[in-house]
Design a binder for this molecule. Sequence first.
Ligand SMILES: C[S@@+](CC[C@H](N)C(=O)[O-])C[C@H]1O[C@@H](n2cnc3c(N)ncnc32)[C@H](O)[C@@H]1O
Length: 382
Amino acid sequence: MLDRYDTPASIVAAMIAAVNDSLSGPIADFAVGGGNLLRAAMRKWPTLDAIGTDIDRGAIGALRSQHPAWRLGQADLLNRRSRDACRVLRGQHGKVGLILINPPFSCRGAIRKKVGVFGEMVECGTATAFLTEASLYLRPGGQMVAIMPAGSLCSQRDREAWLMLSTKFRITPLDSFGLRVFDGACARTMIVHLERLFEGAPEEQTSPISRIRTRDSVHGQHVVCVTAVRGQLPMHRALISMNGVGVPLVHTTCIQAGRIANTLGVVVNHRWTVHGPGVLLPRVGEPRRDKIALLRNRTPIAISDCIIALLCRSLASAACVQQRLIAGWNLVEEAYGGTCARYITLYSLADVLGQLGISVVPDSGTKDWVNSGSRTLGKRMA
Ligand SMILES: C[S@@+](CC[C@H](N)C(=O)[O-])C[C@H]1O[C@@H](n2cnc3c(N)ncnc32)[C@H](O)[C@@H]1O
């Protein structure tokens, strides 16, 4: 059995919730295993056809008796001859409406697979190779929701594959999950949504991955660029609006489990606002990795003076920055000074960011390194 970790109910639910509603054509899982994902999908879209394949004959046999209406077959998705020999896969290239997939990761050692992405051969890790082979079955407008190793989108190993995929798919990284979400497996994971673009459609301008390629690549290296913004509104000075007119205020207490859980009403005396995509982290307070939050939304917010915002050029870059800060947590934590009241300066944060492959760049509007009123960092770096 290869990576037979059944998909836990919480992740199945998150993956189903990630599917955009307009759905037609069959639903497929090419690593169907015990069938959790396909079962959940068929509960939601019972009129659509189900296709399930897996390398494991035993798993397919068990599913045949449970779900006689599903089209099931044994196939090694990473092997062309095996795919060609599988009856249920025949004729399905470019036809499937939705693929749900929790591929085998098998990244022990640095396993590299060679896959063809629309005529180009690229090398990548097992999970990305699996996703790439699966993607060829999607029809234009079709979607795939995949659970992937958390670092895949920003890994050097998978970079070429994602760049090729970004020419044919709109790629959106969604939720990420910590260790031990899968029974018996120890891997950080994330959900990625892909939508196949229609042929001849103008190149997707907002694809987060294309933006990584065009703007976040410095001398061929994958460096993510951010603008650092220090919040300036002290909580005791915040004037909360009585009539709802103002800007939502975010303080460190609003950040829970890596996301902005709530806001503290709207304020009227902010001097400026920030908006996503980006990452928020505490400037002051006990350093905690679950306080590194993804700022997804483009709605402007005011941040308290206890928060630093790292503004990014795309959601994928922001997710990458969040992951790198979490992965390099020891470095980040060390950069906080103070004993009782811990704090981090923009300068020491920029230093850590540099070590994690994240560059602080001037804000495109203000051409300033930081948007905080403090010029110290700009002078040091310029
Ligand atoms: C994580 S499990 C899938 C879980 C399942 N989709 C669910 O809904 O819970 C991964 C599955 O990939 C299958 N697998 C591993 N390598 C494969 C390959 N090369 N081709 C097809 N299936 C493979 C394993 O047999 C296993 O059932």
